[in-house]
Design a protein around this ligand. Structure first.
Ligand SMILES: Nc1nc2c(c(=O)[nH]1)N[C@H]1C(S)=C(S)[C@@H](COP(=O)(O)O)O[C@H]1N2
Ligand SMILES: [Mo]
Length: 309
């Protein structure tokens, strides 16, 4: 395993420590230092900082301008522009937790932000065979699930995005899509320590195009599982339906684990294009479970990954 210290993080850390009496202590406690240089407080170098091989961090402007957010546009370069009309007020955001839980609850965003935040650098592999390496800020979903107190009968978790046609132009333009965007995980996947609720990226609050104010990040699965702008979480007994699975069940299964050995019906998943702004496309081999095999393979023991794609 290689550990990457991106240059932007290194510079920010230096700024933070410059001239401070914390400098000496900072070097020793840097693992536990809280960032002062942003509007989010988070622990640097959270767990699972490692990425499976030495892939450099994606340049921030690509992560902010090459987006899949179908509610706004099918054109990745257009999403950042189309979100401008969305007046998002964090104070008005709430998230419903319901289904098989001891007590259904409406969470205010401010309450969600009480969980200790940490930075995690994860690889993102889109099902369309491109990839990035992104420094998320968030907390493990498992910490939140503990407070949600699901019943023992809960076997799955279903997530729902905002589906507001007043701000999301494609909700009306694509009437055949089963909006709002929904996704799902088994409860074991949801509780896995790698599964993150993200509220920030590159040291700052999430940009709208990246799924503000709160999204899921499941790094060993294709990017479409990492649902953006979540307004509802439900615990269910049955495997929940998901937007992509309903639209094209032969192409997008419930599991959607990154797997170079199982092709998409229309293209190979054996390699991926690195989003680096380069003129000449750079392709690298795709890794099983996106490189997180050692961490997650045990979740799928005995499961036929060709059938359960
Ligand atoms: N609500 C919603 N969530 C979504 C999507 C979407 O269209 N709508 N696209 C998914 C896909 S296909 C990918 S690859 C990632 C992209 O996240 P990013 O734009 O922050 O890199 O978001 C996922 N989450
Ligand atoms: Mo994707």
């Amino acid at each position: 395993m290689d550990f990457i210290t991106p240059e932007w993080a290194f510079n920010r850390r230096r700024e933070f420590m410059k001239g401070g009496i914390l400098a000496g202590l900072g070097a020793y406690f840097s693992r536990y230092a809280w960032s002062a240089a942003s509007d989010l407080k988070f622990k640097k170098n959270g767990d699972f900082q490692s990425v499976p091989s030495n892939h450099p961090l994606t340049v921030e402007k690509y992560a902010l301008n090459y987006n899949n957010f179908y509610e706004f546009s099918l054109d990745k370069d257009e999403v950042a522009k189309k979100v401008e009309g969305w007046k998002l007020h964090d104070a008005d955001w709430s998230l419903d937790v319901s289904g098989l839980v001891k007590k259904p609850k409406k969470w205010k965003l401010a309450d969600v932000l009480q969980f200790p935040l940490e930075e995690r650098i994860y690889r993102l592999r889109c099902v369309e065979a491109w990839s990035m390496v992104l420094p998320w800020i968030g907390f493990p979903l498992s910490h939140w699930i503990k407070e949600m107190q699901p019943d023992s009968s809960a076997k799955y978790v279903r997530f729902t995005s905002l589906g507001d046609s007043k701000v999301m132009p494609n909700i009306s333009s694509l009437p055949d899509y089963p909006w709002p965007y929904t996704e799902g995980l088994t409860i074991e996947e949801a509780r896995h320590p790698l599964t993150l609720i993200a509220v920030g990226l590159y040291g700052k609050k999430l940009a709208k195009q990246n799924g503000a104010p709160i999204r899921l990040v499941v790094p060993w699965k294709y990017g479409f599982k990492s649902i953006k702008s979540i307004v509802k979480i439900e615990f269910t007994k049955e495997q929940p339906s998901t937007l992509w699975n309903r639209l094209a069940p032969k192409e997008y299964g419930f599991y959607a684990n990154v797997n170079p050995e199982v092709s998409h019906p229309r293209w190979s998943q054996a390699s991926e294009r690195v989003i680096d702004g380069g003129f000449i496309p750079k392709r690298i081999p795709t890794l099983k479970f996106n490189g997180y095999e050692k961490d997650v393979a045990s979740l799928y023991q005995g499961l036929d990954l060709t059938k359960n794609y």
